[in-house]
Design a protein around this ligand. Structure first.
Ligand code: PLP
Length: 397
């Protein structure tokens, strides 16, 4: 039986780590800011004041959600921009103190490619390894620190395997040494508590479309007193650090979405865990199937399994023909045949990492969705294995 959902139509959408729909309640709050409340927040008349007040309210909503002050919240165009600004901004502003940066091998490309670019600008970067569950070891962080280390960037929770990192501990180490600490918390909001004080971070990236807000808007938390270069130069917006007329409807939507995500966090996480357990138990019944990521320290909505002897991309195509939307860590994002850098860093051999399937649950999913997927997927795996020359004889039956 297939679900018919008002937000995702007749697709069983299981790719919430890639993006979410904009919640209808969130969309309602945004709409007036496209039409009658269209004023430029920097202008000196009433309709502009309405926009200014809407920005102030959204900044308060974001600050409250992560236990920050409103002066520490800067709106951006999303997670990618926040990561770029945090890392480049701190790197160049503190270059006189040193040119060494520490990050992990499993970061999102918004962090990894930024660090690789900084290497071309003369910075030195250490990419920390992870254990088989995708966790950074705090001992490795301590060992990597040098006299010229200026920044550590480790994500809160991984977008592929859902593994949650020991951020408070890494933050404590960084703070003791006077090193800036950034975390990409894009996947965390609405799934697990995100508190900048408890996490001991100086910078934290957010993206609205990962928690039922609109796309193209995000935020960077910058702890008061941090030394960071401006993102862009121009007008006086965002305390002159990020010039450009604000995306008012988007920011209003982000504020409404984060407030809703936080107020529903516990209920949502419980719903996700229930569905995840059912889904995972069903998937692991299939022979030669492995869980990727940490069994407990993972996002409540993340399932990532690896099916031996087949390609994740073939699974996706077949799932798509049954209106199931999912993701793989195999060769999908680029033309390359490289499997996911995250799965490789966890120690999965290349040929096994190719068989990964990521299913990320969302608030509209139901037990019927899970049962539908389980019913569809088993014959798909059997069929693909029957077609694969690698499959051993006993799995062909
Ligand atoms: C989606 C994502 C990003 C990028 O955010 P955008 O708003 O899409 O630019 C960065 N980091 C992580 C962990 C993500 O999941």
């Amino acid at each position: 039986m297939k679900n018919n959902n008002k937000n995702t139509g007749n697709t069983v959408y299981l790719d919430h780590a890639a993006t979410t729909f904009t919640d209808p309640v969130v969309l309602e709050t945004m709409l007036p800011y496209f039409t009658e409340n269209f004023g430029n927040p920097s202008s000196p008349y009433n309709i502009a004041h309405i926009s200014r007040e809407a920005l102030d309210k959204a900044r308060q909503q974001v600050a409250d959600a992560i236990n920050a002050d409103t002066e520490e919240i800067y709106f951006t165009s999303g997670g990618t921009e926040s990561d770029n600004w945090a890392i480049k901004g701190v790197a160049f502003a503190n270059r006189k103190r040193g040119n060494h940066i520490i990050t992990s091998a499993i970061e999102h490309h918004a962090v990894l490619h930024t660090c690789q670019w900084l290497e071309k600008q003369g910075f030195e970067v250490t990419y920390l390894p992870v254990d088989k569950y995708g966790q950074v070891r705090t001992e490795d962080v301590k060992r990597a620190i040098r006299g010229d280390t200026i920044l550590i960037s480790v994500m809160l929770a991984n977008n592929e395997i859902g593994t949650i990192q020991p951020i408070p501990e890494i933050g404590r180490i960084a703070r003791k040494k006077g090193i800036y600490f950034h975390t990409d918390a894009v996947q965390g909001i609405g799934q697990i508590p995100v508190d900048v004080e408890a996490l001991n971070v100086d910078l934290l990236s957010l993206s609205s479309h990962k928690f039922y807000g609109p796309k193209g808007v995000g935020a960077l938390y910058i702890k008061k007193g941090s030394r960071i270069d401006n993102h862009s130069h121009g007008g006086a917006q965002e305390k002159k650090k990020r010039a450009g007329t604000e995306n008012v409807p988007g920011i209003v939507g982000m504020g409404a979405a984060i407030e809703q995500a936080i107020s529903q966090l516990e209920e949502h996480a419980a719903h996700m865990k229930k569905l995840r357990t059912r889904l995972l138990e069903g998937l692991l019944q299939i022979p030669a199937t492995h869980l990727a990521g940490h069994p407990e320290k993972r996002l409540p909505n993340n399932v990532n399994v690896i099916f031996e002897y087949i390609e994740g991309e073939s699974i996706l195509l077949m799932l798509n023909s049954f209106s199931i939307a999912a993701s793989t860590g195999s060769a999908c994002t680029s033309a390359s045949l490289e499997p996911s850098h995250v799965l490789i860093a966890c120690g999965f051999p290349h040929e096994i990492a190719h068989g990964s399937l990521r299913l990320t649950l969302g608030k509209e999913n139901t037990e019927d969705d899970v049962d539908y997927v389980l019913q569809i997927i088993e014959p798909i795996i059997k069929r693909l294995r029957a077609m694969s020359p690698m499959t051993p004889e006993e799995l062909r039956k």
